[in-house]
Design a protein around this ligand. Structure first.
Ligand code: AMP
Length: 411
């Protein structure tokens, strides 16, 4: 399949939101993957409610951000509204310059190890994975179907959050439970945020002036959702999220690792249903459960005012992070770099400082003045003497999705 255009529309469809970016791949590639090729970015939120909101920024024309509020009934209406905004800037979906639409798809199971051009069989397979990703895949499927209806002639590419982790060895991916039961229900560790882990581990190698095959990197994707990965020579060998995004690090609203018996206890002793426990662990735990806030800025502000609950929440968050740095150092054997990324990782200097504090014996340290620098560029924050490079590497999942989709359709 050879594309004639050079633009890719990236769609990230959630249950009640659609995030989108239109990128020009000739620009992004010549600019080494910087933001130079971004033509428009935007977001539709609260789809299905009375007060839906569309925020559109036409970067290509340098125009002002446009915000519209009012009911947007469903994903089809949302995408049509996005298409109208793009058309108003001369960037409509009917443009021959559009080479592909790249869709973020959360769960690709074991089958999808690469970005994949979507056809009926691929859609069916993504649907077959709904039982293991009930919150995410249905929204992704709706986004794909809607985009296909608008541009049936255009290649649509699914880029899977799980794909980068499919290289995990069986001993890292398999839970130590009865094999027949696990296999019957496709229960294993899949991992998520793979697009980000792939992008950031590659960028970290570039920051060190090395090829990805030459370096071992621990990537800490710390956003509202958070995950760690161990990447050896460009391949993921372990990651902290599992069958679902619930496992691993303490997150904004998710508990991360807990004793699974907590769930039986909540069912038997507290009388909670499976759905109630699911909501507790996914939506009411983590930082918000511990201290009532899930925004690291607010938590830091409260700590500065002497708030003990916020301080304990921060310490629990850091303790878990440190345990994963230690675990993945052991898994990798040799660590060349630790890379912090996503909302917290890129912005919260105190988190980076605390996570690495005391790890000098492992060759890891943070330089206070480098750590305090604010920048959108990948940068080192470790002192020169440190054996392991500690870096801040801003993630760019949309660019990665666009590049993967474009590479596929222009091959
Ligand atoms: P993400 O999911 O990657 O968009 O990250 C969102 C999270 O990043 C927010 O919930 C905040 O906790 C955190 N965050 C964003 N900006 C800052 C900042 N300037 N300082 C500390 N934390 C931040």
């Amino acid at each position: 399949m050879t594309a004639t255009g050079t633009r890719v529309l990236v769609l990230n469809s959630g249950s009640s939101s659609v995030k989108y970016q239109l990128l020009d791949m000739t620009d992004t590639q010549s600019a080494g993957g910087s933001a130079a090729g971004r033509l428009a970015v935007g977001l539709v939120e609260r789809i299905g409610e009375e007060n839906s909101r569309l925020v559109h920024t036409p970067l290509a024309t340098g125009g002002d951000k446009r915000e519209t509020e009012g009911p947007i009934a469903d994903h089809e209406a949302a995408l049509k509204a996005v298409a109208a905004e793009l058309s108003a800037d001369g960037l409509g979906l009917d443009s021959p310059q559009l080479a592909a639409i790249g869709h973020r798809v959360v769960h690709g199971g074991l089958k999808f190890t690469e970005p994949t051009v979507i056809n009926d069989a691929v859609l069916q397979e993504i649907e077959r994975l709904v039982p293991v990703a009930p919150l995410h895949n249905p929204a992704n499927i709706t986004g794909i179907r809607t985009a296909l209806a608008l541009r049936p002639d255009l290649p649509q590419v699914a880029v899977f959050d799980t794909a980068f982790h499919t290289t995990m060895p069986e001993y890292a991916a398999r839970y130590a439970i009865d094999v027949e039961t696990a296999d019957a229900h496709r229960i294993r560790r899949y991992g998520f945020h793979g697009t980000s882990h792939a992008y950031v581990s590659r960028k970290t190698a570039a920051l060190l002036g090395k090829d990805p095959s030459e370096v071992n990197v621990i990537v800490l994707h710390l956003g509202n959702g958070a995950s760690a990965s161990a990447v050896a020579g460009g391949r993921c060998v372990d990651t902290s999220m599992g069958l679902t995004p619930l496992e691993g690090l303490v997150m904004g609203t998710r508990s991360g690792d807990i004793d699974p018996a907590v769930t039986f206890h909540l069912g038997r002793v507290a009388g909670m249903s499976a759905d109630e426990i699911d909501t507790l662990l996914n939506k009411k735990s983590g930082l918000i459960g511990l201290c009532g806030d899930n925004d690291m800025r607010e938590i830091r502000r409260r700590i500065d005012e002497g708030d003990e609950r916020a301080a304990l929440a921060f310490d629990i968050y850091i303790h878990r992070l440190k345990k994963y740095i230690g675990a993945y150092s052991a898994v990798l054997g040799r660590v060349d770099a630790v890379a912090f990324t996503a909302g917290v990782g890129e912005n919260a200097a105190p988190v980076r400082e605390a996570a690495v504090a005391g790890l000098e014996e492992m060759g890891m340290a943070v330089d206070a003045s480098l750590n305090a620098v604010r920048s959108d560029e990948p940068r080192l924050i470790s002192p020169e003497y440190a054996r392991v490079a500690v870096a801040v590497v801003p993630t760019d999942e949309e660019l990665e999705i666009a590049q993967q989709a474009y590479a596929l359709v222009s091959a």
